[in-house]
Design a protein around this ligand. Sequence first.
Ligand code: ZN
Length: 149
Amino acid sequence: MTTNELETMTPQEMREEMRRYLNGKPEQAWHWIHGEGGRINSPRFTSDDRVIYDGDHAEIDVLRALVAANRRQKARRSAAARKAAETRRERREAKVYRLVRHLEEGGDLPGPRQKCSLCGKGLGDPSSIKRGIGSDCWQDVLRAMTANM
Ligand SMILES: [Zn+2]
């Protein structure tokens, strides 16, 4: 997002974006946000597309501040979700590596188990339960073992 993009949006476009964001949710209040003219206290976007706020800012400035705050929040959330997914992937890779070492040293499979010992998903088919490893994860284990040979 650029400031320029917000400058060229019409009030109607900004209301549309806020309505899509708030669809199905109760009106959302920000305690306060920064706007063009400074701090905007308790801005809210109502279900009938009105903006309520404390103070005397121009409505266009409040709309811009709401849309900008909404986009910043979305960006923070998706960055957090990406980081969490990356962490899960790294932990699982480390578990695959440790299991391969364990098996190569003559260790047993972790089963029988109801949940995959590598990713934690519930196991359905009898061979996965017996191994204690789901079929997708097992393919990764086999690949890692082949790569070590
Ligand atoms: Zn798994």
